[in-house]
Design a protein around this ligand. Structure first.
Ligand SMILES: [Zn+2]
Length: 398
């Protein structure tokens, strides 16, 4: 490539302008259509692709052309049972896309980075009447109960979820410029934030250290991402527990150095011995419980050494009661337990750095996305998700 001095000067000017946040707004190269497709869940297990007019933007609003969106466990619950009573609605909260238009007041994202046409963004929660939730303090408040795009009741804008061609981000929403992440990484931000939060919760016990022996029980997407995060932060001694060899093999790809298939053991004592053997004769210093099974919760205490720690994060929804023995499992062992649920805004920003670092050290996180469907096949995507055939299912727009 032939770079002449004039070009260099222009590039330097552009870089300086970018740094100052005063770069001239690039125009969106494509044409913004008058209407947008959106997949609306109109009945249980039934999406309809509808066409809605793209509304006029307010001065604080952003119009995003959607590139992709992960299908979440929450979407599966809505699809099957509508537990939040939201039907009809446009679902999809693990989405990302490109800014194609924005109101005149929009200058920066929620972390203070400049926003311009062409930038790739994700959203987190929408602030309504809880100013506490805006705080970046670690562990202060998670987003439980906050509004997010993709779980909003339908209104006259309609373009409220990421399972669509366009999304209207309204003023007062959190939005992050993640132009430096590839599409697969951006689709994985939301589930990864759940695990960044869990690890931050685990760190508050003071037990999780570089040389800790850590057991991760459950190798669905949540457990697998947990392993990737532990490995990325420098923890080497990780044992994965699951009942499926395919998932255990994947756990090793994510950074587990040993695995235990619980189906090969009869009774929890034998299983605990199996975990101990996998650590070379030691019980775990710390455990992450990543399944939604009450039995798995009961079992995990047996894998932890005296004075060890536990983070329970498997129960996103009520999975029923679990039985433990308070004497053996908690008192006499002096186990420190933390619970973890969703994430804080701060965790969201930390997740961007994690995704870059994981890629840099060669963890193939994008392989977690096992299936990609176009928007038109959103019903098929959800059915595949319900069959639990893959790991992460994503809608990817062309
Ligand atoms: Zn989700």
């Amino acid at each position: 490539m032939d770079i002449n001095s004039v070009d260099v000067e222009r590039i330097v000017k552009q870089v300086l302008a970018d740094m100052n946040g005063s770069a001239p707004k690039k125009a969106f190269s494509g044409e913004i259509p008058k209407t947008s497709k959106a997949a609306m869940l109109t009945a249980l297990e039934h999406y309809e692709i509808k066409e809605f007019p793209i509304p006029e933007l307010g001065d604080d609003d952003i119009l995003v052309k959607v590139e992709g969106c992960g299908v979440c466990g929450t979407d599966a619950h809505e699809f099957k049972r509508d537990p939040f009573g939201l039907i009809p609605l446009v679902l999809g909260h693990e989405g990302t896309g490109e800014i194609v238009k924005m109101g005149k007041n929009v200058k920066k994202d929620s972390a203070g980075k400049p926003l311009n046409i062409g930038d790739k963004v994700v959203t987190c929660m929408i602030f309504k009447d809880n100013p506490d939730i805006t705080m970046f303090d670690l562990n202060k408040q998670n987003v439980g109960g906050a509004d997010v795009y993709g779980l909003l009741p339908d209104d006259d804008i309609h373009l409220n979820g990421w399972f669509a061609d366009y999304l209207v981000i309204r003023g007062g929403s959190t939005v992050f410029n993640v132009s430096d992440l590839d599409l697969d990484s951006r689709i994985l931000i939301e589930p990864c934030a759940v695990l960044i939060h869990a690890v931050e919760r685990a760190k508050t016990t003071g037990i999780l250290k570089f040389n800790s022996r850590v057991v991760v029980q459950g190798c669905g997407p949540i457990g697998l991402i947990c392993i990737a995060i532990l490995r990325t932060m420098g923890i080497e001694n990780i044992v994965a527990v699951d009942g499926e060899e395919k998932r255990l093999a994947f756990a090793k790809k994510m950074g587990a150095d040993n695995s235990v298939n619980f189906k090969n053991f009869k009774g929890v004592e034998a299983l605990a011995d199996g975990v101990k053997d996998a650590f070379g004769g030691y019980l775990a210093d710390f455990a992450f419980q990543c399944t939604g099974s009450p039995v798995a919760h009961s079992n995990i205490y047996k894998f932890i050494r005296n004075g060890g720690g536990l983070c329970e994060l498997g129960f996103f929804i009520n999975g029923g009661d679990a039985t433990i023995n308070p004497h053996f499992d908690i008192c006499s062992k002096e186990i420190t337990t933390v619970g973890s649920w969703v994430y804080t805004l701060r965790d969201y920003a930390t997740t961007f750095d994690f995704l870059k670092r994981a890629k840099a050290i060669g963890i193939p996180l994008s392989e977690l996305i096992t299936h990609k469907f176009p928007l038109d096949q959103i019903n098929e995507a959800h059915i595949t998700n319900l069959k639990m055939e893959g790991l992460k299912i994503a809608i990817v727009n062309e």
